[in-house]
Design a protein around this ligand. Structure first.
Ligand code: ADP
Ligand code: MG
Length: 357
């Protein structure tokens, strides 16, 4: 059992709160992505779990044991912050063996474990090569080998693919996830890249200014974002927000936007009047001549199988993901319909989701 549980974790650097009252559980064998922009407290959270930073308050349990005040070396975890830091003067075998050598593991045991690790990563044929001559992908695999050879119960990874170019990143995203499927160690993976998080994680924690705004599966986070912040951070292009005043719509099941009544989740009676926003993903917008919600086509981006069409409406700019072959002209006026069962409703001020009836 190597479940990671943090309760009311809090970290202040003098006046500044980097992590605020954070509580979550990563189940045994689960892959969690901590996702958010630079400065939101991801690394600080990870360093506290690793034992490299002491929390101001709160507790951390690993496999049911309270490790809050235990040293990093006494926690059974591997911290990976950069995948290519290799020892250039050593061969592949020595690079992978290094963490075991420094732990005083017997030589025969080291040989067995290095070979087992190399096989797992499919680099057993290059064990005696020098790392300086290796291609990028193999270098990454060697670095990974060095992280997993100790067989820790948990992996903590801090933007390990940060400096890689896009094409190579895609390859490593797949390999890291496959490796996780094979070894099943509980993993917390820090990234600012929502595509990486969506592709790899079982659960995602979306962070904003030290606070976890939503902790859920990638599907739930995409389909039912808990706030405008989350909705805006996930998906490319992100969710459209169409603002309107709740005073007009209260108790009704449609919102008046320009000349149009748009069906939406029914508002509860206790919702305060004020600015609300309908959230709709680009793939849930369609053109319909009959729709009273009108807009003018402003521009487009061609993406191969689909295209993103940008439309200016009375409620703001809307991006629609349409089939690539659908034709129109810039400047045309079109009617828009939204898939009403896929809409989200947000309170603009607080950014949180309005509960529907
Ligand atoms: P992220 O990894 O999401 O980019 P960090 O956890 O590194 O964010 O940092 C969160 C905030 O805490 C940042 O504003 C950063 O400047 C601040 N911070 C991090 N470490 C320290 C420190 N040792 N002293 C003071 N402020 C810090
Ligand atoms: Mg960081």
């Amino acid at each position: 059992m190597a479940e990671i549980r943090v309760d009311h974790l809090h970290k202040a650097f003098s006046e500044f709160v980097a992590v605020r009252d954070s509580s979550f559980t990563v189940e045994d064998g689960e892959f969690l992505a901590l996702l958010g922009p630079s400065g939101c407290g991801k690394t600080t959270t990870l360093r506290m779990i690793a034992g490299l930073e002491l929390p101001t308050s709160g507790t951390i349990h690993l496999g049911g044991e309270d490790v809050t005040f235990r040293r990093a070396s006494e926690r059974d975890i591997a911290f990976v912050f950069q995948l290519f830091a290799l020892y250039p003067h050593m061969n592949v075998r020595k690079n992978i063996a290094f963490p075991l050598l420094s732990q005083g593991v017997p030589r025969s045991e080291i040989k067995r474990r290095v070979e087992e690790t190399a096989k797992l990563l499919q680099i057993d044929h290059i064990l005696d090569k020098s790392v300086s001559g290796l291609a990028g992908g193999d270098r990454q695999r060697v670095a990974l080998g060095r992280a997993i050879v100790r067989r820790p119960k948990c992996f903590l990874m801090d933007e390990p693919l940060g400096t890689l170019d896009a094409e190579f990143r895609d390859v490593m995203v797949r390999e890291l996830r496959e490796l996780h499927n094979r070894i099943g160690a509980t993993t917390v993976y820090v990234t600012h890249d929502q595509i990486e998080a969506m592709a790899m994680a079982d659960k995602i924690a979306v962070m904003n200014h030290g606070v976890i705004e939503q902790f859920d599966t990638p599907q739930e986070i995409y389909n039912r974002p808990a706030s405008m912040y989350v909705a805006d951070f996930i998906g490319s292009p992100p969710m459209n927000f169409i603002r309107f005043n709740a005073g007009l719509a209260k108790g009704a099941s449609s919102a008046r936007i320009g000349e149009a009544d748009v069906t939406m989740p029914e508002l509860r009676a206790d919702v305060m009047p004020g600015e609300l926003a309908l959230g709709v993903r680009p793939e849930h917008v369609r053109f319909s001549d009959a729709s009273p919600l009108r807009g003018a086509i402003y521009g487009s981006e061609y993406l191969g199988t689909t295209q993103i069409v940008i439309i200016k409406t009375a409620g703001g700019t809307v991006r629609a993901r349409l089939p690539a072959e659908q034709s129109y002209r810039i400047g045309d006026t079109v009617g828009l319909v939204f898939a009403s069962e896929r809409l989200s409703l947000f309170e603009c001020g607080s950014g949180s989701v309005v509960p529907s009836a």
